[in-house]
Design a protein around this ligand. Structure first.
Ligand code: SF4
Length: 416
């Protein structure tokens, strides 16, 4: 991604405590550790770090359970103790996430921390520019405009509302093109953007200030940066550290598992027949991991084909980071009304929605497997044949069915 090669300097400790994921915060956290003699033992078990570990647990619980991300309010970062709690709670939570070796949890945690940062940045006019220059290669304030149409808009600070003016920001086209596919909504589609000479103008709207749009774009870059950083640090977790972190890792894993089973239980029986691709998308969404447009459309069209209730299909998406009841209901209704055919394995693989590799799943490994609906039919056939019944002869298996008997679930012609 086109991030700046170097980050602007940030000396203010309050800012670094508020945004402890910043690349500029690493050296500061190291200096804090040195100043207060905080080593790994102290962080994991010492009484001095009790409050930081408690705040870290809240960060992790919010990661799994809160749609808004990690709670904004933490310690009082205008005190040295408050800054210690914020800095080391972030550090400890990252250790736990890395020790879990669960990439979905890493993604979920990065998403939750980035959502918190977005909420803070919407109100933090003083730091918006320096964070924008940290994560975006081309960003500038273009002008001040009278704010008759934006006063009172969410995302405007009190000072802006009093002044009756608001900045209009512009972002470089390459940054916009890289980030906007990750954000839903018509205003983020390139054909709807105001592009001129390589810059995209983020206009103020009545309900969406230009600065709030910058914060939304930053959220995606911050998430990607936190996630990449955590995945890299996973390699540093040795067995001893993993054992010492087993309790908080178990706590967060259990939370993740109960979230996933809640989502699957919503649609009742036979979810065990679903193909791995469908199960993975449902589990990812329930864990708050972003699923691409193709995967979402596939899930909705599968739900429609399997005649699951529309409300159940909407419920699949409740954990999505950008869930909106009204938008999702409308889109699901559209898919159900038009009877979209679910995509086949080929397209799912190309679009990174097939989670299996050769050898992972015997049914998916079969040469005839080219559509997820075939997976379901094969599984159901196998169940019918193996259920205790005088008429049933267990002579076939889903891993080796009669290929001529394999019915074809329509073509691979989704209308995405
Ligand atoms: S091989 Fe096909 S059915 Fe199996 S997980 Fe991949 S996309 Fe789904």
């Amino acid at each position: 991604m086109p991030v700046p090669p170097s980050s602007p300097s940030i000396e203010d400790e309050v800012t670094l405590a508020r945004y402890p994921f910043l690349p500029q915060a690493s050296a500061w956290i190291r200096s804090l550790a040195h100043r207060h003699a905080i080593d790994l033992d102290e962080l994991l078990e010492g009484s001095w770090m009790d409050k930081a570990r408690q705040r870290a647990r809240l960060r992790l619980v919010d990661t799994v359970q809160s749609k808004e991300g990690v709670q904004v309010a933490g310690g009082d970062i205008h005190t040295e103790e408050g800054r210690l709690v914020e800095a080391f709670s972030f550090y400890y939570a990252r250790l736990v996430v890395c020790a879990s070796e669960d990439e979905r949890l890493v993604a979920r945690w990065a998403q939750a921390e980035a959502a918190r940062a977005e909420q803070l940045l919407i109100l933090d006019e003083a730091n918006l520019e320096v964070l924008a220059n940290t994560y975006l290669s081309e960003i500038r304030r273009s002008q001040k405009v009278a704010a008759t149409t934006v006063v009172g808009a969410p995302g405007m600070t009190l000072r802006q509302q009093r002044q009756g003016a608001s900045d209009v920001w512009q972002i470089g086209l390459s940054d916009f093109i890289e980030i906007c596919p990750k954000i839903t909504g018509h205003r983020w589609r390139l054909p709807n953007a105001d592009v001129s000479e390589g810059w995209v103008t983020l206009h103020n709207e009545r309900t969406y200030a230009s600065s709030a749009k910058v914060a939304r774009l930053l959220r995606e870059r911050i998430k990607a940066s936190i996630e990449a950083d955590a995945l890299e640090k996973m390699a540093d977790i040795n067995t001893d550290l993993a054992v010492r972190l087993a309790e908080p890792v178990g706590m967060v894993r259990n939370l993740m598992a109960s979230k996933a089973s809640e989502a699957i239980a919503l649609v009742g029986a036979d979810e065990q027949d679903w193909p791995p691709c469908m199960q993975r998308i449902v589990a990812d969404l329930s864990a708050g991991v972003n699923v691409n447009h193709f995967g979402r459309l596939f899930l909705a069209s599968m739900a429609s084909t399997l005649a699951l209730p529309q409300e159940s299909c909407v419920n699949f998406f409740r954990g999505a980071p950008d869930f909106s009841e009204a938008t999702t209901s409308y889109q699901v209704q559209h898919v159900y009304q038009h009877g979209y055919t679910p995509s086949g394995c080929g397209k799912l693989k190309i679009n990174h929605n097939c989670p299996v590799l050769p050898g992972d799943n015997r049914t998916c490994d079969q040469p005839w497997m080219d559509h997820p609906l075939k997976y379901i039919r094969a599984t159901q056939r196998w169940k019918r044949l193996t259920q205790p019944s005088p008429a049933a002869e267990p002579s076939a298996s889903p891993t080796a069915p009669d290929s001529t008997a394999e019915d074809t679930p329509g073509n691979d012609n989704d209308r995405a």
